[in-house]
Design a protein around this ligand. Structure first.
Ligand code: NDP
Length: 447
């Protein structure tokens, strides 16, 4: 139930942002957690602070024309939502996927604001992307698209203004093309303008692995609160992209056995554990599908076209593909099969109904804005290295990531307890993130 002071705020969000269902969902989840906060600290509800938090500071929508390999002119739509800069320059990834529209980018930018606050680092929240579909496009087409996208976006960026990174459909290759174009337009080697760069041109060690590794650190710490660990547990990781692959890698290091992963065509299940080297080869080198992995692997691996990965019995689930990929029905199946922990590697992968079921069943549940914050935290470490023209070792950087993830975990756990909801990491993450942003916004006045 929404607090009566927050209800009109939510209704206004619905009215001002019609049809943007994912954005409504993300706002509702945060507002659901804030009743106790404004009861304890009424000042946070003054000066329309919560209304301002729900309204992006700036929303940019632009045309991205490009020419395909047949010489045909194509048009896509580009977005950058600069959501909140109270804590630092806008920071958040770029997503290239045909499903992208303003509501996707707004929900992601809103989530990002609280996630970035939770890292304790000086970064505000933003997100961007395009409805461009990179699937099946040639290398040349991807480059031309990235260059056209940056030709417009560059005027809104800068290391003190807005620093994008990757997300779905945007990895190191795309960041490279965009960074190259930014450098060409501005005639500045401004490393701190994009993160997720390659190691030889300003990138940070561990950035590629950071989101998946970080999510695993978070879940391992969460399991520890119940004297459990990954070791010996069966784990499901949905997706087979950047976050999924490095989640699988760290889970395996912790002794867990990842028995299934997926893409938008279906899932592969392998009771003896997924062969990560082969999966990486298929996904990262050949840019193939999980069905190609199953084919290459042979007997032990089974590909289920169009199936639900959550039907596979396991101890731990790490949804790491996309929003709303795990429904209330999936949650019921997982609970019936004895799941003990769920860690969101993706942004908002569990529907509100699913989250509710996990919390009710006392399944350990790590919400994305806390669990997957390792990616952006390591992006902030990349910015630090760029600013000081330094480069740290893998071990040093990973140690910092682990410490950040443990701190985020402990902050969420302590905040939940303080607000009478011990064990509820959703409330803990929302409240702790909100308080950091709200404190800064109050200090900066009505801007
Ligand atoms: P990638 O593009 O590298 O991978 C996405 C993966 O998810 C692909 O395997 C894709 O399959 C799969 N996928 C996408 N949509 C669906 C669907 N509807 N059903 C099943 N599988 C699907 O993206 P990332 O790994 O970078 O991002 C994954 C999630 O993690 C996103 O929610 C993103 O916002 C979040 N995230 C990413 C961070 C990062 O550092 N990269 C940081 C924090 C959060 P297919 O190839 O078939 O499309």
């Amino acid at each position: 139930m929404l607090d009566e002071k927050l209800e009109p705020i939510f209704n206004e969000v619905l009215q001002r942002n019609p049809g943007e269902n994912e954005f409504h969902q993300a706002v509702r989840e945060v507002l659901d957690s804030l009743g106790a906060v404004i009861a304890k600290h009424p000042a946070y509800a003054e000066a329309a602070l919560i209304e301002r938090i729900c309204e992006p500071e700036r929303q940019i929508i632009f045309r991205v024309p490009w020419i395909d390999d047949k010489g045909q002119v194509r048009i896509n739509r580009g977005f950058r939502v600069q959501f909140n800069s109270a804590l630092g320059p806008y920071k958040g990834g770029l997503r290239f996927h045909p499903s992208v529209y303003l509501g996707t980018i707004k929900f992601l930018g809103f989530e990002q604001t609280f996630k970035n606050a939770l890292t304790g680092m000086p970064i505000g929240g933003g997100k961007g992307g395009s409805d461009f579909d990179p699937k099946g496009r040639s290398e040349q087409e991807i480059m031309r698209f990235c260059q056209s996208f940056m030709l417009e976006l560059h005027r809104h960026l800068g290391e003190y203004t807005d620093v994008p990174a990757g997300d779905i459909g945007v990895g190191q290759r795309e960041i490279g093309y965009m960074f190259g174009q930014y450098k060409r337009i501005t005639n500045r080697y401004e490393s701190g303008v994009l993160t997720g760069k390659g190691l030889t041109w300003g990138g940070s060690r561990v950035r590629t692995e950071a989101t998946g590794y970080g999510a695993s650190y978070f879940v391992e710490r969460m399991l520890g609160t119940r004297k459990q660990e990954f070791d010996g547990k069966k784990v499901l990781v949905s997706g087979a992209g950047n976050v999924a692959i490095y989640t699988m890698e760290k889970v395996a290091e912790f002794g867990g056995k990842v028995i299934a992963c997926s893409d938008s065509n279906g899932y592969v299940v392998e009771e003896n554990g997924i062969d990560l080297d082969l999966l990486k080869e298929v996904k990262e080198k050949r840019r193939g599908r999980v069905s190609d992995y199953a084919k290459a692997r042979g007997n032990g691996a089974k590909f289920i076209a169009g199936g639900r990965i959550w039907d596979v019995p396991a101890d731990i689930a790490m949804p790491s593909a996309t929003q709303n990929e795990l429904t209330g029905a999936d949650a019921a199946t997982l609970i019936k099969n004895g799941v003990i922990a769920v860690g969101e590697g993706a942004n908002m992968p569990c529907t509100p109904d699913a989250v509710h079921k996990f919390l009710e069943a006392k399944v350990l549940f790590g919400p994305g804005k806390a669990t997957n914050a390792g990616g952006v935290a390591t992006s902030a470490l990349e910015m630090q290295q760029n600013a000081s023209r330094d480069s740290w070792t893998f071990e040093d950087t990973e140690e910092r990531l682990a410490t950040i993830m443990h701190n985020i975990h402990d902050t969420c756990a302590q905040t939940a307890e303080e607000y009478g909801a011990a064990g509820n990491y959703v409330l803990g993450a929302n409240v702790a993130g909100f308080i950091r942003v709200a404190e800064a916004m109050r200090a900066l006045g009505v801007v």
